[in-house]
Design a protein around this ligand. Structure first.
Ligand code: GCU
Length: 717
């Protein structure tokens, strides 16, 4: 069992239809010697050995006419005499660096698979892809080329040097222990392998709330060992740095980013790092945010700070991922114009186009903080002359902390699909962040993963679907959440439809169910934001400086929601391009699922009825709903009130969570017992906890609003 969990989706269980792969060669011809190519050959040996039997072996060249899987870059193929002699039917094609081409080549009686990489890393990605097809029991295509959509396909780990992980829910750090890099980095090696299998090429290994020791010379030597473990899998290491380092590590009297001594210090520090880590990826920076020091202290801007770090990195091919998460967490709740959601745009807009080319602004997908539903950050449509990477959370800080099954890829796809209407033209988020819309050479996605020492990396076995899908979407953001889930489920659980179908149905229902039993209509998660962010805590939203407000006004004449309109509210909506702003500004066109994020309305305000949760979900049988009569054709004519929707959604969501347990029980005899039991226990917990959520939130809203539940359930549990 331990083995199964640690292997995640790289189990390589034999496919149900081995004859389909009968002709797969057992010899691997590896033309290059780069570490990534060695890893590719090893992976093929392991994967093919487990799935198709036989003992595959790797050779440096064709020694005679054999069937083989050939690995190499175009140059290596052209230089290889044995390839010329034995496989002249294959002509290498030009490929982008991380791209690959997989081709089935028939030469007389022989057949070969050629995996050509645009670089050694591309070769590795191609090898993983071929193995994935087999593990997913797919018909093998005969000629496929894949090029990743973006350059930045990174994960961030919020690991502290003492071994703890901020917002990590699966045990201590795999990198650090008691102030040092771990002696045994075998978990890091295994993690790198998983990440490479889905195309991740960078990792920031320490917390964005960075330890002040990070840039000390002795620590850098230790970090270099992590970089060594990642290198065979083509993953470059980055570090989170604290902007006060020139002072606290360097002993300078200041860390003002434009001070010549500070500039010289960063230059020397970067050179020192590259001596130890020649492929160092760069710095991740959190500054002037949640108590972290930053340029603001000296009256300087994010521009001054980002460029000070970018300059020395530029010469070495490194980048700065400067986080757009800069905001004031001491906002005045009584100021109706105060709005945390405005901060990203307000703090960065003025500097667009002025950053050095190796500065990438890392923008959280929503303007607040990874809530169960937020609109897309308007900063994403605003930075036209600056590369961006969109930050998402794989770790489920606000999404049940891996004690709830919440498959997040549908949310990411919803974000990636959102058309920002820049200049009234189609401009979906996926095209902006990959650099297409504004012709940027860099860009991409960063996922905050926060894996831990627990065997299966993220605690909930289902949570691995999020890590997997994140990587796949960073590689190709046009993939659907259904397809990435299907890939993951087949590799992790089974190619038997009786197993993968219920697992996929459950996962696909989970985000919306969680939204329903936590905070629907754009309210945000409604968790305890002043504490652990786990469990219901609607009373913690208002009245403090954090700005995750819902502005609940008690009494039947009160109401709920943040007025972010231009007309009467904080003006946040005006940060969007005009067409999208107009859609959100008008109550007639603002979608229900963002209503209370954008508007303050009376408790009894009637919804548009476009939220799918307003109708009964088939999996939520028995859940009461006040508009059972509604069907699809009447979708826009709901007469349900906001408060009744809140009540009903909580019943529907909790009922869906309860149904997960039954769905899971249907696979009992078809999968191994330890994994079955582990997931069962978690789903039973989730079902009960969803009821606690339902009742806590509904009771609170009943008290605040004074409006009773029309169905009479609330308050009578
Ligand atoms: C959230 C999270 C913090 C984290 C911060 C960030 O606020 O709760 O733990 O440090 O995001 O992204 O910087």
């Amino acid at each position: 069992h331990a083995e199964t969990g640690a292997q995640a989706w790289l189990r390589y269980a034999p496919p149900p239809d081995p004859p389909r792969y009968r002709d797969m060669p057992h010899e691997i011809v590896r033309l290059g010697h780069a570490p990534e190519e060695q890893a590719a050959a090893e992976e093929l040996e392991t994967g093919l050995g487990r799935m198709i039997a036989g003992a595959p072996e790797t050779l440096p060249a064709f020694h005679r006419d054999i069937d083989a899987i050939v690995l190499g870059t175009a140059d290596e193929m052209r230089r290889s005499e044995s390839m010329q002699r034995h496989l002249h039917g294959y002509q290498p094609v030009p490929l982008a660096p991380d791209a690959f081409r997989i081709t089935h080549v028939r030469n007389r009686a022989r057949q070969c698979w050629v995996i050509q990489g645009g670089s050694p890393r591309g070769v590795l990605y191609g090898a993983f892809r071929l193995l994935q097809w087999i593990a997913q029991d797919r018909q093998l295509p005969t000629d496929t080329t894949e090029t990743p959509a973006s350059t930045i396909r990174w994960v961030d780990e919020w690991d502290n040097l003492d071994g703890s992980v901020e917002r990590g829910y699966a045990g201590p750090s795999i990198f650090f222990d008691h102030g040092h890099v771990r002696g045994d980095l075998s978990r890091v090696h295994d993690y790198a392998r998983m990440l490479a299998s889905v195309g991740i090429n960078g990792i920031t290994v320490n917390n964005v709330n960075s330890d002040l020791r990070t840039l000390q010379p002795e620590m850098l030597e230790e970090f270099a060992r992590i970089a060594d473990s990642l290198r065979p899998y083509g993953i470059r290491m980055a570090l989170s740095v604290d902007l006060s380092s020139p002072q606290v590590v360097g002993g300078l009297p200041t860390f003002d980013p434009v001070d010549p001594r500070v500039i010289a210090w960063w230059q020397a520090k970067v050179d020192e790092i590259y001596k130890l880590i020649p492929d160092f990826a760069g710095f991740t920076v959190k500054a002037d945010s949640e108590g972290r020091p930053g340029p603001h202290q000296y009256g300087r801007s994010p521009l001054d700070a980002a460029n000070a770090l970018a300059k020395p990195l530029q010469a070495h091919g490194g980048v700065v991922l400067y986080r757009g998460f800069v905001y004031n967490n001491h906002l005045d709740f009584h100021d109706l114009k105060a709005d945390r959601a405005r901060a990203g745009y307000d703090n960065f807009r003025a500097y667009d186009g002025k950053f050095l080319p190796n500065v990438i602004i890392q923008v959280k997908h929503g303007p607040i903080d990874f809530q169960v539903r937020e609109p897309v950050s308007p900063l994403i449509a605003t930075l036209r002359h600056t590369p961006q990477a969109m930050e998402v959370q794989i770790t489920q800080e606000y999404l049940g902390q891996q004690r709830h099954m919440v498959y997040i890829a549908p949310m990411w796809s919803w974000v990636l699909d959102t058309d920002m209407r820049v200049d009234n033209q189609p401009s979906p988020v996926r095209d902006i962040i990959t650099g297409k819309t504004f012709y940027q050479a860099q860009g991409g996605m960063v996922g905050v993963a926060n894996v831990g020492m627990e065997t299966n990396w993220l605690h909930h076995p289902m949570a691995l679907a999020n890590l997997y899908s994140f990587g796949r979407l960073a590689w190709n953001p046009t993939l659907t959440p259904e397809s990435t889930l299907d890939e993951w489920t087949r590799m992790t659980w089974s190619n038997d439809g009786r197993v993968y179908e219920p697992i996929e149905q459950m996962n696909l229902a989970s985000w919306h169910a969680y939204e329903q039993y936590t905070g629907p209509l754009g309210l945000g998660t409604l968790t305890d934001i002043l504490g652990t962010h786990f469990g219901p805590g609607p009373e913690s939203a208002d009245g403090n400086g954090w700005g995750q407000w819902i502005r609940a006004v008690p009494g039947p004449h009160g109401g709920i929601g943040m007025d972010r309109t231009v007309a009467t509210g904080t003006g946040y909506i005006g940060q969007y391009p005009p067409e999208l702003a107009a859609k959100y500004e008008s109550l007639k066109t603002c979608p229900d699922d963002l209503l209370l994020f954008m508007h303050h309305v009376p408790w009894t305000y009637k919804l548009r009825g476009d939220d799918p949760g307003d109708k009964t979900t088939p999996s939520a049988k028995g859940a009461p709903t006040a508009n059972d009569a509604d069907d699809e054709s009447e979708a826009k004519t709901s007469t349900k009130t906001v408060i009744q929707h809140i009540y009903d959604a909580h019943y529907a969501g909790a009922a869906t969570a309860a149904a997960f347990v039954d769905q899971w029980e249907s696979v009992k005899s078809l999968i191994d017992e330890p994994r079955y039991n582990e997931v069962h226990a978690l789903l039973v917990f989730q079902a009960r906890h969803a009821e606690i959520w339902r009742d806590a939130i509904n009771d609170w809203f009943a008290r605040e609003s004074g409006v009773p539940d029309a169905l009479g359930f609330v308050g009578h549990h």
